[in-house]
Ligand binder design. Structure first.
Ligand code: PEP
Ligand code: MN
Length: 262
């Protein structure tokens, strides 16, 4: 169970030698979408040089419009595996339906996106795998609902669930979503699972990624997942919120500086 009552100690998940939870923090970085070998490899190398330990990149993309770029799909996963071979970074990528699972054999962490948080059949299937699952909070889901979705995965026998707060829908329009900072201490009190924060989708604007990242760490987050692109103005998805590698490097230096005081 995800409930701390039955599991008082923090869960620590090992992802290719990188531990997360129970005091271990990791930063996952990479583009919203995998677009080309050159793009994913360049971003991976730069993010790793700045201190990111895992690479993100969408191959199957849940887009609001069916006419928008839907991701490179199987080819996107192949390109992520090339970047993994190049850098040694474990890879994190989103699954959208169960029939895609065979393509995820060499993926290190399977992401369930906000829009699929309550796709219960998908959650049950992932509960039968032995892969860590990054479970993102739905756009309009409560913390209790997020924890129940984690429970669906764990009920199948897979205890390796990482919760992700990525901002929720509120009346506010100045930011893309509203980062629910209180979700971090609350989820960590109710559950023993690691909690990661996605400041990129929460803010929707690159300059706010830094303050939200620092706030998340101060509130007890076990990790961050940040969108980084080598050419944000040409990105096929989420360019407007993506950091350039140099901007990501500056955020990582601020994080390192802050953690020196903690
Ligand atoms: C993403 O990580 O690019 C993504 C689509 O996130 P979310 O599911 O949180 O909107
Ligand atoms: Mn995105």
């Amino acid at each position: 169970s995800a409930n701390r009552k039955f599991h008082p100690d923090d869960t620590v998940i090992d992802i290719g030698g990188h531990k997360i939870g129970g005091g271990y923090m990791q930063v996952i970085a990479g583009p919203c979408s995998v677009e080309s070998e050159e793009q994913i490899c360049e971003v991976a190398k730069a993010a790793q040089a700045s201190g990111a330990t895992m690479l993100r990149g969408g191959a199957f993309k849940p887009r609001t419009s069916p006419y928008a770029f839907q991701g490179l799909r199987a080819e996107g996963i192949e390109l992520l595996l090339k970047a993994k071979a190049l850098t040694g970074m474990p890879i994190v990528t989103e699954i959208m339906s169960g029939d895609q699972l065979p393509l995820f054999d060499e993926v290190d962490v399977i992401q369930v996106g906000a829009r699929n948080m309550q796709n219960f059949e998908l959650l049950k299937l992932l509960g039968k795998t032995n892969k860590p699952i990054l479970l993102k909070r739905g756009l309009a889901n409560t913390m209790e609902e997020l924890l129940m979705s984690a429970e669906y995965i764990m009920a199948g026998g897979n205890m390796q669930v990482i919760l992700c707060e990525r901002g929720i829908r509120t009346f506010e329009t100045a930011t893309r979503n509203t980062l629910d900072i209180s979700a971090i201490p609350m989820l960590k009190r109710l559950s023993h699972l690691p909690v990661v924060v996605d400041p990129s989708h929460a803010a929707g604007i690159p300059w706010m990624v830094e303050p939200l990242s620092l706030s998340a760490i101060a509130a007890g987050a076990d990790g961050l997942i940040i969108e980084v692109h080598n050419n944000p103005s040409k990105a096929l998805s989420d360019g407007p919120q993506s950091l350039r590698p140099a901007e990501f490097d500056a955020v990582m230096k601020k994080i390192g500086g802050m953690m020196g005081y903690m």
